[in-house]
Design a protein around this ligand. Structure first.
Ligand code: GDP
Length: 294
């Protein structure tokens, strides 16, 4: 977010010299904020709404005594950034009974299988008994990859090879999980290179079969504002409960993190920050907003 943070600095500078925020002197910093967000690859409608909200709030009556105009603007932008990303951390859905069932959905190469392993380790560290289920029968070696990851983090992996249909593998995996009293089942679903009806149809079938508590779409942060459109497509088609934003350690400009909730209505629940199994964190809108503001 360095680029974004630096660009925003310019916005604060433009109001620093003025005594207070007014309809007049707010124009310049708002232009800077708008430019900063667009450069960070935030989707245009999101930028428009954001800028409007910030301007209203900054000029509004919610005056905070003792703050200089630039401090006030920083505070307003912080609050709006936080709310843009969902306000507070979105937890995994807790099941009323039986195991948590988490479907990992996503396109190939986004880091879906890696995220399944990471989430398994994350839940295992919370003391849960976790089962991984390998249903990605289309990508060569995806099953082996998950088995290897499972071995590394000492989490069992249920698989039936590549000849059984994904919904059926998922069904049998869940059956095993219930029988052996697992607390959480993470299903690595079949990915594809692009969104198509077959992918969505199969995902729906798998969903119907196992009735997941969470369906998490894995998105690559490097895809910028396209990530938001992808989440919206999946949210509309299969009713996901949230996203995992991967590769946040790369040189993503931040657009995906800022656009996803607003565009799709679904929160980012976790972020992936590296290739290691430990590199997964819950997504905290507050911390992200602070980081952006430097
Ligand atoms: P899938 O096809 O979606 O299952 O993708 P994989 O899980 O196989 O991941 C694709 C590549 O991205 C692999 O080389 C992973 O090591 C890498 N990867 C996954 N998550 C992250 C991440 O958070 N950061 C980085 N730097 N690499 C990641």
């Amino acid at each position: 977010f360095d680029g974004l943070s630096r660009s925003l600095e310019k916005a604060w500078d433009t109001v620093r010299k003025d005594g207070k925020l007014s309809a007049d002197n707010i124009k310049e910093p708002m232009r800077e904020i708008r430019r900063a967000l667009l450069e960070a690859d935030v989707s245009l409608p999101v930028v428009r709404r954001f800028v409007k909200k910030v301007e209203e709030a900054a000029l509004g009556e919610r005056v905070v005594k003792g703050l200089s105009p630039d401090q006030k603007l920083v505070k307003v932008v912080y609050e709006e950034l936080k709310s843009l990303m969902g306000g507070q951390q979105a937890e995994l859905v807790q099941p009323k009974y039986g195991p948590s069932v988490i479907l990992m959905a996503g396109l190939q190469g986004t880091g879906k299988t890696t995220a399944a392993g990471k989430l398994a380790l994350y839940l295992k560290k919370q003391g849960l008994k976790v089962l991984l289920v390998a249903t990605d029968v289309y990508r060569p070696a995806a099953i082996d990859q998950l088995v290897t990851l499972g071995r590394k983090i000492d989490v069992p992996v249920f698989e039936l090879g590549t000849q059984v249909a994904p919904p059926e593998i998922a069904r049998q995996g869940l059956e095993l999980a219930k029988r052996d009293e697992f607390d959480a089942v993470i299903v690595d679903t079949a990915g594809r290179l692009q969104i198509d009806e077959r992918l969505m149809g199969e995902l729906r079938e798998t969903k119907d079969m196992v009735k997941p508590t969470d369906t998490l779409l894995v998105v690559d942060a490097m895809t910028g504002q396209e990530a938001a459109a992808l989440v919206k497509a999946f949210a509309d088609a299969v009713d996901i409960t949230g996203a995992v934003l991967t590769k946040m350690d790369g040189d993503s400009r931040g657009g995906a993190a800022l656009s996803i909730k607003e565009v799709s209505g679904r929160p980012i629940k976790f972020v992936g920050t590296g290739e290691k199994m430990e590199a997964l964190e819950p997504f905290y809108p507050e911390r992200m907003a602070s980081r952006i503001l430097g």
